[in-house]
Design a protein around this ligand. Structure first.
Ligand SMILES: *Cc1c(COP(=O)(O)O)cnc(C)c1O
Length: 345
């Protein structure tokens, strides 16, 4: 797939590393029936550029380039209180000399604390221009349009980036990741049997799938839902993948059966810790020195572990875990990930 006609800013001057996780894989094997344990590798998208980078960095390369092409002076986006997407969008704005405003969805009334740690602390450190806090269930597109109207009234130009950066343009970031991965596998003589990714606002899962299908990369992708079970998540991912294919003009229909997600690992709620997440975060930290975050990658790795224990992978199957970042929020959940604060089962 040819992305060269799309304007792009470059925020990561290298391909993110592909690394084997031998000690993690051995520890996992000890808990898998019949030795049917996968050989787990990681793609380090937690090392992407912007501070500290994660999957949103790839989407923003295309979204911010579009904002600049349109002459915007302010990025307007939205998210949850500990949003990685908001933090990385703000970092991109700072780097480009733009200003940045957020609409934050407060899931629990009166819970938003401007002085909270983790990502929230960084919102202030990086200098967000304004934060509008709205109650759960608010139409975020409308709320962001209001911010853009306020800017226009002051003679400024806002550019709206949807939640998670997941529209067709943002999804190009994960088509680029698919191409990067293909080249790395070619150079390293590596072959993967499966790729495990997080599936939330769906730009990552949908963009990667569009890239795999478009470039005939024949590796099944399993998305681990971070906020929805498959009946709700898979249609979103399909829609995103198809929108990306259409934007590129690749001219094919994404087969519905190519979209697979797994539920059951994000409960009791998005961003609320559970015991399997704690196990996954501790296992990766203590076998490989690899940090995962409590909201996304801890639950996504819990999904990989759960699938391995359920016999999903053939013995020796090589599985790639996409580390999408999110590490600053670890500091907002220190007691939970250390097992010192009780969490949901
Ligand atoms: C946003 C995010 C995800 C989910 O990616 P989507 O493209 O929204 O599906 C996964 N991991 C981390 C750390 C994230 O910040």
């Amino acid at each position: 797939m040819d992305l060269s006609r799309f304007p792009r800013r470059r925020y990561t001057p290298f391909a993110t590393p592909l690394e084997p996780l031998p000690r993690f894989s051995a520890a996992l094997a000890a808990s898998c029936p019949g030795g049917r344990a996968p050989e787990v590798w990681v793609k380090r998208d937690d090392m992407l550029g912007l501070f500290p980078g994660g999957n949103k960095t790839r989407k923003l390369e295309f979204l911010v380039a579009d904002a600049l092409a349109q002459g915007a002076d302010t990025l307007v986006t939205c998210g949850a209180p500990q949003s990685n997407h908001c933090r990385i969008t703000l970092a991109a704005a700072v780097k480009e000399g733009l200003r940045c405003r957020f609409v934050i969805e407060e899931r629990v009334p009166d819970s938003y604390d401007l002085h909270a740690s983790g990502n929230n602390f960084m919102f202030r450190l990086l200098g967000v221009e304004a934060v509008t806090v709205v109650p759960a269930g608010t139409n975020m597109a409308d709320a962001m349009a209001k911010v853009v109207a306020e800017l226009a009234a002051a003679g400024r130009k806002g550019y709206v980036i949807p939640g998670g950066g997941s529209n067709a343009l943002g999804g190009l970031g994960y088509v680029a990741c698919a191409l990067e991965l293909q080249q790395q596998c070619f150079e390293m003589g590596l072959r993967f049997d499966r790729v495990v990714v997080g599936s939330g606002s769906s730009g990552t899962h949908g963009g990667l799938l569009a890239g795999f299908l478009g470039d005939r990369i024949d590796i099944p992708i399993v998305g681990i839902g971070v906020s929805r079970d498959p009946a709700d998540q898979e249609p979103l991912v399909w829609k995103e993948a198809q929108a990306v294919v259409d934007l590129i003009g690749a001219g094919f229909t994404v087969p519905r059966e190519a979209v697979r997600s797994v539920g059951g690992y994000w409960q009791p709620k998005y961003s609320v810790p559970n015991a399997r997440m704690v196990e996954a975060v501790q296992l990766a930290a203590r076998t490989e020195g690899l940090l995962l975050d409590p909201v996304y990658t801890g639950k996504i790795m819990a999904g990989l572990i759960g699938l391995a224990r359920a016999g999903e992978f053939k013995g020796g199957e090589r599985v790639l875990f996409l580390h999408t970042g999110g590490l600053p929020s670890l500091h907002a959940y220190e007691g939970a990930v250390l097992g010192e604060v009780p969490v949901a089962p």
